[in-house]
Design a protein around this ligand. Structure first.
Ligand SMILES: [Cu+2]
Length: 194
């Protein structure tokens, strides 16, 4: 079985597990909480309006590398899994959910999605720019350029704007005045999180 197949199996297994959990909670009376699943995937390419996965830096996120993301929200929060495939080997990347969708420019994806919005933007305050208030999906690729990253938070998107996953130049900083930053935006995957 290839690494990609194993990652897909792992993702499907986790989705099934979450679905069972959600179903179990649904069976309990009342009130029925809402649940939502988002799936998005794409093969990186240069920007076109119809591109699902855009690379702005093909030397670091090659064209024809692939990426998948799944998000499952239930009454207790949200689980996300990100599975990039075919990036540079043995390399650290940062990744976050951003508010806006991918565009021609790396900046088009806007700010990080924040459960509790920082009144001061761009947000570099650790009180807001942290992995409990944002979705951080940093990863380190293996020798084949593959990785799997996950994030769990105790809240849901609940119809708010969260429309992309952005791949960054390096892992995410946590220090004062630079929290949440991770260097250049290398690539972007469109995903309308529910
Ligand atoms: Cu980001």
């Amino acid at each position: 079985m290839s690494t990609h197949q194993r990652i897909l199996l792992a993702v499907l297994g986790l989705v099934a597990l979450m679905a069972l959990t959600v179903t179990a909670v649904w069976a309990a009376p009342p009130p029925p909480p809402s649940a939502a699943v988002t799936l998005a995937w794409g093969t990186f390419e240069r920007f076109t309006p119809s591109a699902t996965a855009v690379t702005y830096s093909p030397s670091l996120v090659p064209e024809d590398a692939r990426i998948s993301v799944v998000s499952v929200s239930g009454p207790h929060g949200t689980l996300l899994i990100l599975a990039p495939h075919g990036l540079l080997p043995n390399r650290e990347y940062g990744a976050h959910v951003h508010a806006r969708t991918c565009g021609a420019l790396p900046s088009d994806s806007g700010a990080h999605f924040q459960n509790v919005p920082d009144p001061f933007q761009p947000s570099v305050d650790q009180a807001y720019a942290n992995p409990a208030n944002e979705i951080w999906l940093d990863f380190t690729t293996d020798a084949a350029g593959n990785a799997i990253a996950s994030s769990t938070v105790d809240w849901t998107f609940a119809g708010r704007d969260a429309h992309s996953v952005v791949i960054h130049e390096h892992h995410t900083h946590t220090g004062t005045g630079q929290a949440g930053t991770a260097g250049s935006r290398l690539a972007c995957l469109k995903a309308n999180f529910k």
